[in-house]
Design a protein around this ligand. Structure first.
Ligand code: B12
Ligand code: SF4
Length: 540
């Protein structure tokens, strides 16, 4: 029997995407609160062999212009990861290893767990995170997995640790599935957590470089928060669809935290971590709840006074609320456009908002002079080249500052996964091989557009968005893979950069709304290994 537990959390991040993962931050807080000793093994800054980083891939397809990451020491260190893990295990000597996974990290998480179990059969291995929540049967049968957590882990994980600590049975813990003598025990989920009872996340054990994120061509010390959990919508390509099924009868999926509690927490984290930008990762920011919004805006303006980003749903955007958000400090909005074809958007994606609502939301961003970004998806079942050009046209009309583009991937937990399987355009067997290719090509065998054509459009998408239509003939030529196409592409790229430079690069530090914000003139990141990290600050 253990007197307390040593728990090693594993974040098998392969894409070098910085940002403290909220879920792990909360788990650390709850485990420490219960008296356990917690360690972390985070592969974000290790070379995981998956190719270029996510941010660099986005830059390569002209979606963003990033500062030089190496200048901030955000580099993938060439290191033997398994050996590093071995060292961590021998020094920290955990009783439990808790691995947090999303689909692209899942296999890698398993490899790390296998490595641990090879030498340490007694270490209890638990997996959690979206992949586990949406495909529990697939994960629990893995030999190295002793237990899994379906859904939220803040209460379930400490309860499991307490049961292990006290030598009690673990087979009846809500949200936890476990194995005993060849049998699998599948427990129901508990009611959704009341966000007002949440402990603040614990960021202390994360590498400081996780705070450094690019936006608009500058680096910021960015804090990631969510005032809500869940969503009001059920788009078919999103995991909220499955979450609503898993949690049916367990409370409202969409929950909002008391704005006062949240703002106080952000103000405290701003001070503690010297933040100069706040990035809200709520599925949809509660713009549509006037009382919440009013309270949030007035408190945020008074206590935080930092520029921030939110994600909005075009259908819920109204000018009066939008204006309040901007007045409170919102300087960047991300809005899902997804497809410019109303039939794909509404029938395939079940996303009910009109082109007019999307254009209106971006009109407001222009009117209030803030940055804006669309989310776009290509490689959708049934989509033709003509449909993709509707997406391009709608972006041209909305005219966002930047446009994020991804290939449709049928993630676990999405309705579109079932559609792709039914239409036999997705081969689950090949999913493993595609784990590193989420951003670089489609994993679907589409009927109307070939993989080659799709990749060509992906490469030139931003040019179609921002360059005059008179250039379309040349952009089309640049879609190809021949040397000739590549020469045209690099020539067009130069013109593209000239056209977009002014709007793409924006420094919020010259925004008068935040100038008197902070007496600290430096707002520097912590230099690592001799590298000084100077970041855009909010100071005049
Ligand atoms: C913010 C966000 C991001 C951010 C930050 C990601 C991060 N690592 O924190 C960014 C923009 C970087 C991002 C990137 C990606 N994301 Co994302 N992201 C989200 C979003 C909107 C919120 C995540 C969040 O913070 N939730 C709140 C926290 C509290 O919940 P949580 O993380 O799920 O953790 C809880 C439980 O899962 C559980 N838990 C988690 N881990 C563990 C481990 C153990 C041991 C236990 C016991 C419990 C447990 O307990 C936690 C606390 O309750 C979700 C949508 C959503 N509604 O969840 C998508 C989501 C997680 N993302 C998704 C995807 C696909 C991606 C990308 C692969 C996209 C891409 N193609 O690049 C990348 C992967 C990056 C990575 N390395 O993780 C999918 C995952 C689907 C799936 N089946 O895997 C989601 C669900 C969106 C969707 N499509 O529906 N993402
Ligand atoms: S895609 Fe966005 S709006 Fe649709 S269900 Fe997911 S989080 Fe909600």
């Amino acid at each position: 029997m253990w007197s307390f537990m040593k728990i090693l959390l594993i974040y098998p991040n392969k894409t070098m995407t910085t940002r403290i993962p909220l879920g792990i931050g909360y788990l650390v807080a709850y485990l420490k609160h219960a008296g356990h000793e917690v360690g972390i093994f985070d592969t974000t800054f290790m070379d995981c062999g998956s190719g270029v980083s996510d941010d660099n891939l986005r830059a390569a397809s002209l979606q963003v212009r990033n500062p030089d990451f190496a200048q901030y020491n955000i580099v993938a260190k060439k290191i033997d990861i398994l050996n590093e893990l071995d060292k961590k295990i021998s020094v920290f000597k955990p009783d439990m290893v808790a691995v947090s996974v999303v689909d692209p990290n899942y296999r890698f998480g398993l490899i790390l767990a296998e490595k641990i179990k090879e030498k340490n059969k007694n270490i209890f291995v638990i997996f959690g995170g979206p992949t586990v929540t949406f495909s529990p049967e697939e994960v629990i049968i893995e030999g190295v997995v002793d237990a899994i957590c379906v859904g939220e882990g803040e209460q379930a994980l400490p309860e499991l640790c307490a049961a292990i600590e006290e030598g009690r049975k673990i087979k009846n813990i809500k949200n936890i599935w476990c194995k005993e003598k060849g049998d699998i025990y599948r427990n129901d989920v508990r009611p959704l957590i009341d966000l007002d009872t949440l402990l603040p996340p614990d960021w202390n054990m994360f590498d400081e470089r996780h705070l450094i994120r690019p936006l608009g061509g500058k680096m910021y010390r960015m804090g990631v928060f969510a005032i809500t959990r869940g969503c009001l919508f059920r788009c078919t390509y999103c995991a909220n669809f499955a979450l609503s099924g898993i949690y049916k009868g367990k409370g409202s999926l969409y929950r909002i935290q008391d704005p006062e509690k949240m703002v106080n927490q952000i103000a405290e984290f701003k001070r503690r971590y010297n933040l100069n930008f706040i990035f809200f990762v709520d599925d949809i920011f509660p713009l549509h709840r006037p009382h919440v919004l009013d309270k949030f805006c007035s408190l945020y303006k008074e206590k935080v006074r930092l520029p921030f980003n939110v994600s909005l749903h075009a259908e819920l955007v109204k000018e009066a609320q939008f204006a309040k958000l901007v007045d409170a400090g919102c300087r960047n909005v991300c809005i899902g456009l997804e497809s410019g074809s109303p039939s794909i958007r509404e029938e395939m994606f079940e996303r009910k908002c009109s082109n007019a609502q999307i254009i209106e939301a971006f009109r407001l961003a222009h009117k209030y002079k803030i940055r804006s970004s669309t989310f776009n998806i290509i490689g959708i079942p049934g989509e033709s080249r003509k449909d993709i050009f509707q997406t391009i046209d709608l972006n041209r009309k909305a005219n966002p500052t930047t446009a994020t583009l991804t290939f449709l991937h049928p993630y676990r937990g999405t309705k579109v996964r079932d559609i792709c399987l039914k239409e036999k355009i997705f081969d689950i067997g090949k999913e493993k091989a595609h784990e590193d290719g989420y951003r670089t090509d489609s994993c679907l065998n589409l009927k109307n557009v070939s993989a080659k054509e799709l990749n060509g459009i992906f490469k030139t998408f931003q040019m179609y968005l921002k360059m005059p239509k008179i250039c379309y003939f040349f952009i089309h030529l640049a879609e190809g893979e021949s040397i000739f196409s590549k020469i045209i592409f690099s020539f067009l790229k130069k013109i593209f950069y000239c056209i977009t430079y002014k709007e793409a690069v924006r420094d919020f530090s010259d925004d008068p709304a935040f100038c008197s914000n902070n007496n600290d003139k430096s707002a520097k990141g912590t230099p690592k290994e001799g590298c000084e990290v100077v970041i855009a600050s909010n100071n005049s």
